[in-house]
Write a protein that binds this ligand. Structure first.
Ligand SMILES: [Zn+2]
Length: 461
């Protein structure tokens, strides 16, 4: 056999292997992620189906009707105006202008592509088939409450989730848009900030910096520091506390509860960028959020940090860090869930017209953020932060609530903007975790913490 034949044979074999792995990949990803792939605007079958099938209804977890289709084929959204605002981004629109919405993510169900054989047979002679009715994990009453309580006139987001099952109870994004006419909405309103918003995490990132310190510095919690409110890092960069006054003598526990920038900038300098990046990755930064039922933008830890100045600010949650609210809620939940982040879920079940029920994805953990021991420490610190630290406004008597506040500086060239205010936390009674972001809500994160407390209270009504 000459060399040419050998080469051809090797090449053929290589191509076969490649083709084989592509097929395996296809069959692996299609069942798990069919919603994500199915709903792309390039799917011509989907476009054709829309004219022939009456889409199914959409319900919340308690059976509250959120969307249905009229006799003339037009889609109707139900409930009070605060309910419609509260679920607007979760539902999205049939045209796919809000690609993260249920109308798009679960189009295959709503248009009957997953209906059982019996249903298909029974509907063979119908003029227009009906798709499956979809039940979401969303809580309509809580969603409406969040929409009505979110600070008036502010943009931002709320993500509320069961930290054990991953079931999402609310995703609110402000400004909301008009479900009946999404194309007429204000600029940026179609973006679901709870999933697609990327914000500097500010001080909530101190959870990650502290976790890295617990991992790498023996007995770090026994340390004490003296805070003057200023830390000269390089000639050009000085880290300051928000008040500028300094916290004085502090234990490391107090440095967390009072959110001392100086303590955390010092920790970051000691830990170095590689260790911080490793811990951030364990928490899901720079990871791939390929969830079957929810599209979440990934959070970013910078691939390179320029100098000590940037490193110090990164430990405080500034620098080039970016985080999405649902991801931050998952992190808060992990601290109450033994260190494990749950995979977010949005679909409870789908029922075709003959009554056959298809469950959504099974509850699954996404990733371990920290060991159970570390989670217990961070969990305790978050409880104390709500009892006597920066997040007392989130406290509700009788409820075990833990959390961390954040004030994220907005880097805007020229303009002077108030910082974003964050709160992330958990409430043990209903296994809830949440993230609240109020854009330009100002320092002190009062608005975000107060809203979080109200939501936990309402959820335990
Ligand atoms: Zn301080």
């Amino acid at each position: 056999m000459n060399q040419m034949q050998k080469n051809i044979r090797a090449l053929t074999l290589a191509l076969l292997v490649l083709f084989g792995s592509l097929i395996v990949y296809f069959f692996y990803t299609i069942p798990a992620y069919s919603g994500r792939w199915f709903a792309t605007p390039y799917n011509t079958r989907l476009r054709a189906a829309k004219s022939k099938v009456i889409p199914g209804d959409i319900f919340d977890r308690n059976g509250v009707l959120l969307a249905s289709t009229d006799g003339d084929g037009s889609r109707r959204y139900k409930g009070s105006s605060s309910l419609r605002r509260g679920v607007a981004h979760v539902l999205g629109d049939p045209q796919g202008l809000v690609p993260t919405g249920a109308e798009t993510m679960f189009a295959a169900e709503l248009l009957g592509f997953h209906s059982g054989l019996f249903d298909r047979f029974a509907q063979l002679f119908a003029e227009r088939r009906r798709g499956s009715d979809v039940t979401l994990t969303i809580d309509a009453e809580l969603s409406a409450y969040i929409a009505s309580e979110f600070p008036d006139g502010y943009d931002g987001a709320v993500a509320l989730m069961d930290y054990e099952s991953g079931e999402i109870l609310a995703l609110y994004s402000s400004p909301a848009f008009k479900l009946s006419d999404p194309s007429a909405s204000a600029e940026g309103a179609l973006l679901n900030r709870a999933l697609q918003g990327r914000y500097a995490p500010g001080s909530i990132f101190k959870l990650i910096t502290l976790s890295c310190a617990l991992e790498n510095i023996p007995n770090v919690l026994d340390r004490q520091i003296d805070c003057t409110g200023h830390l000269q890092v390089t000639g050009a960069v000085e880290v300051t506390d928000t008040s500028g006054e300094g916290h004085g003598h502090l234990t490391m526990r107090e440095a967390f509860e009072k959110s001392c920038n100086i303590a955390y900038a010092s920790l970051a300098l000691e830990l170095g960028e590689d260790a911080l990046r490793r811990t951030a990755r364990n928490f899901g930064f720079n990871g791939n959020f390929l969830f079957p039922e929810v599209i979440v933008y990934e959070s970013l830890f910078p691939s390179s940090i320029e100098d000590e100045g940037e490193l110090a600010w990164t430990g405080v949650g500034q620098g080039k860090l970016l985080a999405s609210p649902l991801h931050m809620a998952m992190i808060a939940g992990a601290m109450a869930n033994g260190g494990v982040m749950a995979q977010p879920k949005l679909l409870l079940s789908a029922k075709d017209q003959s009554g056959a029920l298809r469950q959504g994805a099974a509850a699954k953990s996404f990733q371990r953020a920290v060991s159970a021991d570390q989670a217990a420490i961070l969990h305790g610190l978050m409880l104390e932060t709500v009892q006597k630290g920066t997040a007392t406004r989130a406290a509700v008597s009788g409820l075990q609530i833990g959390g961390k506040t954040g004030t994220a500086q907005v880097n805007s060239s020229g303009g002077k903007y108030e910082p974003h205010s964050w709160f992330i936390g958990f409430c043990e009674e209903k296994r809830l975790c949440l993230a609240v972001v109020v854009e330009n809500g100002g320092a002190g994160s009062g608005a975000a913490s107060r809203l979080a407390g109200k939501i936990f209270k309402k959820a335990n009504r």
